[in-house]
Design a binder for this molecule. Sequence first.
Ligand code: MRU
Length: 354
Amino acid sequence: MGKIVQSVEWNNDRLILLDQTQLPAQTVYIELTEIVDVWEAIHTLKVRGAPAIGMAAAYGLYLGVRDSKEHEDDFLLSLEKKAAYLTTARPTAVNLCWAIERLLNRAYQETALGSQLPKIKAALLEEALFIQLEDEEACRNIGEHALTLFKDDMGILTHCNAGSLATAKYGTATAPFYLAKARGWHLKVFAGETRPVLQGARLTAWELQQADIDVTLLCDNMAAMVMAKGWIQAVIVGTDRVAANGDTANKIGTYGLALLAKAHNIPFYVAAPTSSIDLQTMSGLDIPIEERPIEEVAAVLGKRTAPEGIKIYNPAFDVTPYHLITAFITEKGIVHPDQHGQYNLPIHPLLQKK
Ligand code: MRU
């Protein structure tokens, strides 16, 4: 087995990120020590993928307050301000707010216990490290559950980057590929090239190749053809946010794939760590969808490919309605719709808070 690439690391009191804007041409690591640099790294896609964004934001919040000398009450106020600032970096992936909220709650708990500033700060860093550790375990468990749905030799289509680069390790949708490889299975993975900025080609295909996984890169508009040829036995994608009814935001093009899978009678799975399930958001209509700069569509590799002045629409995500989703694969187990085809995630036993 080749290597499983990792993109986020806390080392020597700084946040180390594999700069995803430079892949696959160059493997460059950047070291961040300031909250503004973390905001910028998230905003400009140097770090991307819902869980990785959450992890980076957690470390970023700690970096934002670690030198603070304020009194505990003022400290909490400025922590909240910095938390609110970080959540503006990107709108769709709920993991960003989820991770920030975890750190805020930890600070409130410590303050309620009467902890002094150094202890509160240490607790914040500890919480950020926990988030990363838990994410790695969640991804591995998603992979284990997903493998119960797959068989050796299957052809599996994935879209977006829901890989190791987008998480602590293994990825969500890609975790079964890594685990299958370690088990000696031969899955044939197909990856769409995926906008924005060709993340499927530049990131997913690259990281699977690094791990010696059998991956074939497709343009997004080839999916129907390869399904019709019988090459695909399952589709698995990641998610940036699952609403309470099961509607799922993921990388633009996911909705189309779900429709194609249905038309070809192919199961369509969403690999969803519970950190991406947002029970406060009722349906896909309430999920904020990021729109990105039009230059990303107007030019390829810095060269203009669309006419000057043309109107361009560039949403980064779309929403797949719950009824097109065969099952959610979470770290706690597989969630199927009920007998009426509904998901009812807030009352699902696997997703109940202990
Ligand atoms: O624009 P990105 O790279 O942040 O979008 C990431 C995705 O496409 C999602 O699939 C991802 O967040 C799922 S997470 C493993």
